[in-house]
Design a protein around this ligand. Sequence first.
Ligand SMILES: C[S@@+](CC[C@H](N)C(=O)[O-])C[C@H]1O[C@@H](n2cnc3c(N)ncnc32)[C@H](O)[C@@H]1O
Length: 237
Amino acid sequence: MADAFAGVRLLGPPVTDGEYIELSEHETVHLHEYTRIYAVPGLYEHVVQERLQCRSPQVAAEGLLRAAASLGLEPESMTVLDVGSGTGLVGELVRRGGVAKVVGVDALPAAREACLRDRPGVYADYVVGDFQLGDGLREALSPYAFGGLVSAGAFGGTHATPRALVNALGVLPPGAPVAFTIHEQWMDEADPDGFGVAVERLVADGRLELLERTRFQHRVTTTGEPIFYQLLVGRTG
Ligand SMILES: C[S@@+](CC[C@H](N)C(=O)[O-])C[C@H]1O[C@@H](n2cnc3c(N)ncnc32)[C@H](O)[C@@H]1O
């Protein structure tokens, strides 16, 4: 697959105002232009996993499996919600770890299409929706008795908001293991609209108990600088 992408070049500041990838001499796309990137089979995995060494899917999936084990829960009897599931990397990893069923949610129809194309059979269901908007998502997910939540690289910045995190946790029963990754900059407790304050409030209200909070290198930028995220592992209260 790598040869198919030999012409792909990574571009970053100060070349442009953000992180871009050059697909050909005629086409340059922003790294977060997922609809375009997901349209090419294997391109997201090549750029983000291989070239930018993204570890969030593995870190989040392992976090969830660790939390389940520490709570004495059998993955084989669990249905897990994957928020911002993209092309399905996280679902594949938790299924490989023994989880019985995974249901994906992503705001982009292109993510669902890519996942069904590249990883058919991994998800029991894959719903297009945004937890921020409460756009009938709860109803679409109501047939499932979720026993856990996992999410990698889908919260913060141009992605899902703290409100989306609160809403997603709201579909779980008490005592369910959860694991998600967030850029450390969005965990800054000095930001009243950030995830740091939202997580603090969830913990103070007894809606979330934190079992682990660790810093790890999520990936490198297109110019090679490390980006650090936090892994939050816990259980719903
Ligand atoms: C960086 S990708 C990560 C995909 C996948 N979790 C992985 O690790 O490979 C982030 C994904 O989150 C999705 N996303 C962003 N905001 C969202 C929201 N509010 N609700 C649902 N999905 C969202 C994007 O469409 C995108 O597919």
